[in-house]
Design a protein around this ligand. Sequence first.
Ligand SMILES: NC(=O)c1ccc[n+]([C@@H]2O[C@H](COP(=O)([O-])OP(=O)(O)OC[C@H]3O[C@@H](n4cnc5c(N)ncnc54)[C@H](O)[C@@H]3O)[C@@H](O)[C@H]2O)c1
Length: 386
Amino acid sequence: MTRRSDIGTAVIGSGFIGTVHIEALRRIGVRVVGLLESSPGLGSQRAAALGLPTAYASLAELLADDAVHVVHVTSPNELHHPQVKAILAAGRHVVCEKPLAMTSEESTELVDVAAASGLVNAVNFNIRFYPLNQHVASLVRDGGLGDVRLVTGHYFQDWLLFDTDWNWRLEKDQGGALRAVGDIGSHWLDLTSFLTGRRVEAVMADLTTFIPVRQKPAGPVVTFSTERATDTVPVEIHTEDVATILLRFEGGARGSVAISQLSPGRKNSLAYQIDGSASAAAWESERPEQLWIGHRDRPNELLIRNPALMNAYGVAAARLPGGHVEGFADTFGAAFTAIYDDVLAGAPSPDRRYASFTDGHEEMLVGDAVLESSRTGRWVAVDRPS
Ligand SMILES: NC(=O)c1ccc[n+]([C@@H]2O[C@H](COP(=O)([O-])OP(=O)(O)OC[C@H]3O[C@@H](n4cnc5c(N)ncnc54)[C@H](O)[C@@H]3O)[C@@H](O)[C@H]2O)c1
């Protein structure tokens, strides 16, 4: 294969994010050859709606199709491990949505299987691929902020604010033991480790469930839907709505992050500030075209995303000239461009800027430390067995 149009990709799941994957793949010139849904009926319906040629009846049928070289997994979290394992066993490159798995035992296995296969393996921590975040990552690596000292921020949403708000993520057996931290906090943690080049060493975490009983609709629910169902059953909730976490990063930097799915008015607000010994950088996902750069001895700067003004990595992730606003869906195209360069090369590159299974596993290990810290009320070191 020499061109992206030689590559055939199948997508598992066509809900909120699967649809974004399909659109981004088409935009970068990859052929989306089919999809797999939870049932053949839904698959046919969604394939017709999205203009896809094939709705596979099962994962086995999908993997038997020689036209499929890469598979994107955008199903609910509990399905990631078994589906990814089968995809790698069938010799296909794989792009999996976050979180990589339900537990760090599962993600350990996936890291090992992926490494043994030599296949391209990616976890879709897409927020790395806002052009200004790529710019910041290089700025930090080039010493542009000086020594990184303090990393602070939040990830706030409001779509689970009411006890009538429902989604599969609320149920431990489908979403995992961590909810707000696993679902959105993992993005913040991956992003700040990527930007600073430092992993989290230890955490002190406080997790809270403000809504211990929710009204589960009797029928199916679409992600981010705010419609109120009338026919509901009360269900106890055992995952956190809110987390506050103190962080120690490698190299001595300190940090803190607040994570909430109950913050009224914040639809999808990820914010960070990185304070270095020379300058600071701050960014927020609801204003993704602006990067604040703080100085002590000269006026602060506001860099508006612009290929003419960013470093090479910022430029590589950008599609449009400055002032022509790019956003969430564009990050998928930028991430997939980097991932499919490796697909064309046939193997993962050592200097990749997209998140690999190792990075996805890293967030599962940080999640384990967060859970243990919240249970014990103590600082917990991230346990990375050698
Ligand atoms: N990177 C991001 O920004 C981002 C954003 C949203 C969701 N996600 C991740 O994407 C995944 C999906 O989330 P979503 O919000 O799109 O959920 P969703 O509920 O909107 O969509 C899930 C889809 O998977 C399908 N599905 C369920 N069981 C299946 C099966 N056995 N086989 C095939 N398909 C099946 C459902 O029918 C649905 O179409 C989750 O892991 C989530 O964490 C990532």
